[in-house]
Design a protein. Sequence first.
Length: 90
Amino acid sequence: MKMNLRHCAWVLALAVGMSGGAVQAVAAPLFQDHEREREPDYSKNKTYQQGMREGRDDHSRNRDHSKKRHFKKDEDQKAYESGYQKGRNN
């Protein structure tokens, strides 16, 4: 009886572990798509491209956000920061 109870416990633990992984595998792409929808496409924005250039430059020279840019429009600031982070991380 003791052996069967242990065996059942292991099977149950394995089943729960596998189903949890399946939920994560299904949920991960859903969250990634949701993040993409929130962030606008700045790729043609001049301040985004400036941020990309400066981010790449700082990454290649191992600097930490060397130029602190401030723009009048909030949308330009967001575009610059988005480009900078993209350039820095890629």
